[in-house]
Design a binder for this molecule. Sequence first.
Ligand SMILES: [Zn+2]
Length: 265
Amino acid sequence: MPELPEVETFKRYLDSTSLRQRITNVDVRDAYVLKRVSARQLARRLKGRRFENSHRHGKHLFVRAGDELWLRLHFGMTGWLQYLKRNEEPPKTARVLFSFANNRRLAFDDQRKFGEIELIEGVDEFVQTRSLGSDALEISLSQFKAIVGKHCGAVKAILLNQQLIAGIGNLYADEILFRTRMHPATDAARLSDKDLTRLFHATRYVLEKAIALKTDFKRLPKSWLLTHRGKGAKCPRCGSGLKSATIGGRTAWFCPHCQKRTSRS
Ligand SMILES: [Zn+2]
């Protein structure tokens, strides 16, 4: 499921391929992903305009197409972008195709259709309406401490809560906690100041490293949990068998030896 690093990678891809070209057509092949806009409206409002710039907040990508006109993309479980060559067949699961004057097309591909495409007037307004927290890469150390340290509940559930901090999903939350050797069910309110600082730096490190590697799982460090998680897997640090548990409604993978529940939690 695309999390902050994946969406940032899509943003950079879109920026390097699809900006400043006149949009000649919008072909909606499956309107299921459209939210609060019809296929006709989407095409009518975008045709003749250009994607000017983009902005990411958490797992949402916003593409500016004019005054008070932004395209919002959310990638759900399986969404991604592909800039097609001339006459290149779009993937079978392409849901929306944006055609440009240079005969190239940008495909919003989404096999499982949990993705979302919407037109909105402004990014700030959207972030407020959804009560999204600060972006996980924009948040300062003091903000991070204030948010995480003041909430009771499993630290993993706090990291996943988009209303507190936006952008972290299941896989990267597990990675961040593995790096800090914290059990995912540790009560956030009982973390020390030092723990919170370590958690903050691990969050930045993991997200930035994943972006730098364009979220290519094959290139992620072998010392990461991400490249091992799953049934029968061993901890890359100590070799113990990894465990899973449902925390915050999601399956957490962790090492029961490296990430012990301390008496503080
Ligand atoms: Zn271990």
